[in-house]
Ligand binder design. Sequence first.
Ligand code: ADP
Length: 194
Amino acid sequence: PVSEEQRGWVQALDHSGRLLRDILDDILDFTRLESGRVAVEAAPFSLRERVAMVEATIRPAMERKALAFTVTVDPALPDGLVGDAGKLGQILLNLLGNAAKFTHSGGVALSVAPAEASADRLRITVADSGIGIAPEALAHIFEPFSQADGSVARRFGGSGLGLAVCRGLLDVLGGSIELETEPGRGTIFTVLFP
Ligand code: ADP
């Protein structure tokens, strides 16, 4: 049994440990991309299984903040796909982690559908009702170590590498990432994933 005070310490340790691990992961991923040693896999995988794994990983973060979290996979999509499922998971976790971090009420929606323009791509959107991104920050948001405002790291943690890693991975894969955002109302990231 732990006392109230000790419980506080344990929670602080847990929280700090998670933040530290996320930063290390970002730095490793970014360094790997910089060194040009990121190989693209093309292997069969189950789309719905992969999405369910991501959902199970991130749902606790949504629940801690009492955010609604919906996940939709278009029934028109086949389940057996060929591609880089590891990178798909990494990109989804990054975007969903940000959505959870920067949303304080409302919710987050992940949807996966076929891309209209090309049959061999997924169109993935991650939409949140969070703080949004100021127009002046948008130009730099995908650059390494860039955060929308200097106080973000202090308040929310993170390294400013997550989006740079997402974009770097999608460059290697031949995909793309864009966003629409409105400060105070939310952000929608759209990824085309080969
Ligand atoms: P990190 O999250 O580690 O700070 P990222 O590269 O993932 O780094 O994101 C860079 C910055 O973009 C964040 O610090 C934040 O200012 C902004 N950002 C990213 N995703 C969102 C989002 N869903 N809502 C609001 N701001 C976001």
